[in-house]
Design a protein. Structure first.
Length: 390
C-alpha cells in the first residue's frame, strides 16, 4: 500500500505534464487570423493649443493587415463641423489608405473633442472611432457667449453685458454692433478707450408688449472684418405679459397604464396650473377648455380674483402619447386668449425578443488537422429551449 501511495503523486504529475503538452500542441495547431483587418497608425489626432485659425486639417493613415480584401463602408463624423474625406475604400491585403479631415473651429473658446466613426467589413473591428482633440482660443474671445433675460411687462433689461477681448494683444477697434431685432440694442461701454484690447458690450432688451419666448442674437464687427462678425452673442429668454403662468405647460408621464387605470392615484392623474396677474390687478378667466377629451378642468379663484388655480385631471387613461392644449379667455386686453401646451407621455415597453437557442449541453472540442471543431456527444440528442423571462 505504501508503494502504491508513493506512486500517486508521480502519476498525477505525469498526467498533468501530458495535459500541458496536449494543450501546447492544440495551440500550435490553431490557424492564423484570416479575413480583412484594419490597422491605424494612430486613432487620436491631438492638435494641442491653437488660435487665430478658422479650421484644423489632418490625416489618419491605416492599412489592411489581414488576408482578404478590406472594404470601408462608412466615414461618419459626430458633428457637422467635421468633414472627412476617404482616399480609397477598397484595400487588398498589405495596401494602405487614409482618412483626411477638416475641422471647422467656430468662434468660441473651447476644449474640442470630436470623432469620426469608420465602419468596415473587419469582423473584429467593424467600427473604429477616430478622435480629434485640442484647445481652441479664437482671435476674439467673448465671455459669456449667451444671455438669457426674463423681461417683465413694459420694462427693459439693462444690466446685461459681455466682455470682448482680442487675444493677440492688439486693439479691438470695434466697427459696429447689430442686434437681430429692433428691440435688442447693444453698444460698447462708454468708459472703453479706442486702443483697449478688451471692452464691455452692453446689451439692452426691451419688451414689445407680446408675451413669448425668444431666441435672438447680437453680432459684433471689428477691424477690417466688416462683412463677417468677429463674435456672436446669443440672446434667448422670455417676455412676461400681464397674465403669468406657472408652470408654462402641463405634462403627464405614465409608465404603467394598467396600474394607473386601476388605482387612479391623485398625484399621478392631477396637474395644477397657477394663473396670476403680474401687476397685482384683478382679472377674470373664462371658457377654460382642453383640446384632449380625456382631460377634465376646474377653475378655482384665489386672492380676490387676482389669481386662479386651474386643476386638470385625467379621466381617461390613454394607451398612447398625446399632445394638445388647454386654452382660456381673459379680461386682459393685451392677452385676450391664452394657450397652454399639454402632453401626456405613455411609456411603451420594448417588444420581447425570441429566446436564443441553447447550445448542446455535452459538446466536446475535438482537434482536426488545423481546426478545432465543436461536436455534440452521442448523449446529447435533443436541445431544450431556454426559458423566457417575463
Amino acid at each position: 500500500m505504501g508503494a502504491i501511495s508513493n506512486m500517486k503523486p508521480t502519476f498525477i504529475a505525469i498526467a498533468l505534464g501530458l495535459a500541458a503538452v496536449a494543450n501546447v500542441a492544440w495551440g500550435q495547431a490553431l490557424p492564423p487570423a484570416t479575413g480583412p483587418k484594419i490597422e491605424f497608425e494612430s486613432k487620436v489626432f491631438d492638435f494641442g493649443k491653437t488660435s487665430q485659425v478658422e479650421s484644423i486639417s489632418g490625416v489618419f493613415k491605416f492599412k489592411n493587415v489581414g488576408t482578404e480584401v478590406l472594404k470601408i463602408t462608412g466615414t461618419k463624423p459626430t458633428c457637422g463641423c467635421t468633414i472627412p474625406a476617404l482616399k480609397k475604400d477598397t484595400l487588398e491585403p498589405g495596401e494602405s489608405s487614409e482618412v483626411a479631415f477638416v475641422l471647422n473651429l467656430g468662434k468660441t473658446k473651447a476644449h474640442i473633442e470630436k470623432q469620426i466613426k469608420i465602419t468596415s467589413n473587419d469582423a473584429s473591428a467593424s467600427e473604429v472611432a477616430l478622435t480629434i482633440k485640442g484647445d481652441f482660443t479664437p482671435l476674439y474671445d467673448t465671455t459669456p457667449t449667451t444671455l438669457s433675460p426674463t423681461i417683465a411687462l413694459g420694462s427693459k433689461s439693462t444690466n446685461l453685458f459681455v466682455t470682448l477681448a482680442r487675444t493677440d494683444g492688439k486693439p479691438l477697434r470695434i466697427a459696429r454692433i447689430d442686434g437681430s431685432k429692433p428691440w435688442i440694442k447693444a453698444k460698447v461701454d462708454p468708459s472703453a478707450k479706442q486702443d483697449d484690447t478688451s471692452a464691455k458690450i452692453l446689451v439692452e432688451v426691451e419688451s414689445d408688449g407680446v408675451p413669448r419666448r425668444f431666441n435672438e442674437y447680437v453680432q459684433i464687427y471689428a477691424g477690417d472684418a466688416t462683412n463677417s462678425p468677429v463674435s456672436t452673442i446669443y440672446v434667448y429668454g422670455r417676455m412676461l405679459g400681464e397674465v403669468v403662468l406657472s408652470p408654462e405647460a402641463l405634462y403627464w408621464s405614465i409608465t404603467d397604464v394598467a396600474k394607473v387605470k386601476t388605482d387612479m392615484p391623485e398625484a399621478q392623474i392631477t396637474r395644477r396650473l397657477n394663473v396670476t396677474s403680474s401687476n397685482g390687478k384683478e382679472f377674470t378667466i373664462t371658457n377654460v377648455v382642453s383640446s384632449l377629451p380625456g382631460v377634465n378642468v376646474e377653475v378655482i379663484p384665489k386672492n380676490g380674483g387676482k389669481s386662479y388655480e386651474i386643476v386638470a385631471k385625467l379621466k381617461d387613461i390613454t394607451e398612447k402619447t398625446l399632445s394638445g392644449s388647454l386654452s382660456f379667455q381673459t379680461s386682459v386686453a393685451s392677452q385676450p386668449k391664452v394657450d397652454v401646451p399639454i402632453q401626456i407621455y405613455v411609456y411603451q415597453a420594448p417588444a420581447k425578443t425570441a429566446p436564443l437557442a441553447r447550445p448542446a449541453t455535452n459538446a466536446v472540442l475535438r482537434p482536426t488537422a488545423n481546426v478545432l471543431q465543436r461536436t455534440a456527444s452521442p448523449a446529447s440528442t435533443a436541445t431544450p429551449p431556454l426559458p423566457v423571462v417575463k
